[in-house]
Ligand binder design. Sequence first.
Ligand code: NDP
Length: 343
Amino acid sequence: MAQPITVSPEALAERVSRIFLAAGLSPLQAETLAATIVAGERDACKSHGIYRIEGCLRTVAAGKVQPQAEPELQDDGSPVVRVDAKGAFSTAAFAVGLPVLVARARQHGLAAMVVNSCTHISALWPEIEAITAEGLAAMAMCPSYATVAPAGGSAPLLGTNPFAFGWPRKDASPYVFDFATSVMARGDVELHRIEGRPLPEGTAVDRDGNPTTDPAEALAGAMLPFGGHKGSAISTMIELLAAAMIGDLTSTEALDYLGTTTLGPHHGELILAFSPERFAAGRGDPFARAETLFQAILGQGARLPSQRRFEARKRAAAEGIPLTAEEVEMLERLERAPFGAQA
Ligand code: NDP
């Protein structure tokens, strides 16, 4: 029986990367995917931490991701930077497009990265933080597979469609939020099922469209958008901008392509980067004005989004990432045979 351990983020990233390399991923895909998954574990975002490794490997084993694909930058010099992931994990496509996106946003004030044909299993905040680290504001969004009913509906049509925003701060961690447009991220519903915990009321409906708090029934039925018609409209907007507009799969098409919700979804992603200075055009200091707003929020006793993550990150840097005996056992099992359970 494995023992619980504490491990540095760097050592864990190396370990996870080795598992992906042994599973046949290219070095770029293995490294970027491992870095994103370990960032989730490090920041106490368990639903996007090492629990995701097995889902990635299942997707490789099912042939629904191209492990050796090299994402291709399609650059026509315009502010719309395209990366054809060619079936690779989205993390590799983002890494290929990031330097050009940043350069174009500085040059034009606004630039967009369109990622096509990727497998996307990630939280969006690692990408948002890579852009805010360059002094740019950022937005990212993508569809998922159809597991969410529109407000007033009863059957899956929309994805959990994540939406994220970031604002760079000079002497502090960036302002970042990143959320599913469903009441709960699907990974969290899955964690509730694994841990035998009921869902909060209003999270989901069963396959007959009746409200349920049973995570297994919710996974078989449909989740609900957050904020009723408002979340439903934002989620629909994401289907339009990050699927229909960029010539990629909607959540319904992504589910048809996969035929299951147990594999990482295949679709596109839209990422926007803005230069606050270029938009402000001398009409005041946007960064100073942002600080005034953040201080007013904090002054009311509220917290800024992502602060919980940044605190977990500091703890992980100082003390390491704690892994349970079950998590260590999973890593050891996958190190012995990445496709052991799936092949
Ligand atoms: P949460 O509801 O947990 O958090 C949403 C955001 O709100 C976070 O930035 C969080 O910061 C912040 N927040 C939470 N509580 C407060 C508070 N009291 N005051 C201020 N801010 C707060 O996110 P979700 O469960 O909706 O989504 C989790 C992740 O799942 C996201 O990273 C998303 O990208 C990912 N996802 C990915 C999908 C995909 O297909 N790739 C699909 C759906 C979701 P903090 O983290 O610090 O608590």
